[in-house]
Design a protein around this ligand. Structure first.
Ligand SMILES: N=c1c2ncn([C@@H]3O[C@H](COP(=O)(O)OP(=O)(O)OP(=O)(O)O)[C@@H](O)[C@H]3O)c2ncn1[C@@H]1O[C@H](COP(=O)(O)O)[C@@H](O)[C@H]1O
Length: 111
């Protein structure tokens, strides 16, 4: 468990999964699961746009806020679609291996 002032993505994904397994009245996460995939996709789209807009604002706090919103909605999407966050981490780890092998291969460095 990270300290109370931080929440990592594993913990966030677990909290979202827990809410899916045990719906709670008044919970926004429960509201999204009840509305279903199209609503979740709409939120992912909106939050992605908000990250783009925030990136143009010199005030970094807006980008931090909108990125947190996007990551949360992505975790809800993964849970809805039955994809675990561990699978995303495994995919990233595979790429790390791939990219380290490309270091001596300038012709594929842009992969
Ligand atoms: N990390 C989040 C989180 N980030 C953002 N949000 C919610 O996402 C919504 C985004 O705001 P918007 O203005 O875009 O959406 P809205 O207008 O309220 O809703 P829509 O009408 O667009 O559906 C807000 O209601 C936020 O409260 C979150 N809601 C929950 N979590 C975490 O999810 C877990 C489960 O929480 P509950 O949802 O409270 O059960 C806990 O760990 C929470 O910390």
């Amino acid at each position: 468990m990270t300290k109370a002032t931080e929440q990592d993505l594993d913990e966030l994904y677990q909290a979202v999964l827990e809410r899916k397994a045990n719906p709670k009245k008044g919970s926004y996460t429960d509201y999204l699961f009840t509305k279903g995939l199209d609503k979740i996709l709409k939120k992912v789209g909106e939050e992605s746009t908000e990250v783009i807009v925030a990136s143009k604002n010199p005030e970094r706090s807006e980008l931090i806020y909108e990125t947190a919103d996007l990551l949360y909605h992505l975790m809800v999407l993964l849970a809805e679609q039955g994809v675990s966050y561990s699978e995303i981490k495994a995919e990233l780890a595979k790429r790390e291996g791939l990219l380290s092998k490309t270091k001596d291969r300038p012709e594929i460095k842009d992969l």
